[in-house]
Design a protein around this ligand. Structure first.
Ligand SMILES: [Zn+2]
Length: 115
């Protein structure tokens, strides 16, 4: 077998104080999002946020104390990437629970996010 078949990839999650997850597993054991970032089981929710955003064309969202993206902005994809890679866990979880409420009323999503 070619060496590439067993190559491992690293989780890209980073955090405060220089934290860098760095969990290295085979690609098939990692969650990979729409942008090709790999996430370990502990940080999979971060990839899921990117996946959701990609599926919805990186809308600007506002929820509780946080916001991601700018309405009509051209850098929203990058802002989601930054949020997912280095954002605080509490923000990521709040973002996910917010977008889940949007998905449960999918017909209203364009109105809800101001798209
Ligand atoms: Zn990780």
């Amino acid at each position: 077998m070619a060496k590439a078949m067993i190559a491992k990839v690293q989780c890209v999650a980073k955090g405060e104080n220089g934290f860098s997850c760095g969990t290295a597993l085979r690609k098939t054991e990692m969650y990979v999002d729409a942008l090709g970032y790999f996430w370990c089981e502990d940080h999979k929710h971060r990839g899921e946020l990117i996946q959701w955003a990609a599926n919805h064309h990186y809308p600007a969202i506002r929820f509780d104390r946080f916001a991601i993206g700018v309405e009509g902005g051209s850098d929203n994809q990058m802002l989601y990437e930054v949020a997912a890679v280095v954002g605080r866990d509490e923000m990521i979880w709040e973002a996910l629970s917010y977008v889940n409420t949007l998905d449960s009323s999918a017909d209203d999503i364009d109105a809800a996010v101001g798209a």
